[in-house]
Design a protein around this ligand. Structure first.
Ligand code: SF4
Length: 63
C-alpha cells in the first residue's frame, strides 16, 4: 500500500491523531505529509480509516 496527501489538505490534523506513525503535520507546508513510502501491514486499516475520515478528501490510498 502507498499513501499520498494532496494539496487539498486543510490541516485539521485528524490523520495525525489517528495514526501518528504514518502522518505528520508539516508546519512549513501547512499540510500533512506521509512519513513512509510503504505502509506496514499492521497500520493499513487505520490508514484506510484516516482516508475515509479526511474531510478534505486529501488522502489517496493505492492498494
Ligand atoms: S485528515 Fe485530511 S485534511 Fe486533515 S490533516 Fe489529514 S490529510 Fe489534511
Amino acid at each position: 500500500m502507498k499513501v499520498t496527501i494532496t494539496d487539498q489538505c486543510m490541516g485539521d490534523r485528524n490523520c495525525n491523531k489517528l495514526c501518528p506513525e504514518i502522518f505528520e503535520y508539516d508546519e512549513d507546508a501547512l499540510l500533512s505529509i506521509v512519513k513512509m513510502d510503504a505502509i506496514p501491514d499492521h497500520l493499513q486499516d487505520v490508514v484506510r480509516r484516516a482516508a475515509l475520515e479526511c474531510g478534505a478528501d486529501a488522502i489517496e490510498v493505492e492498494e
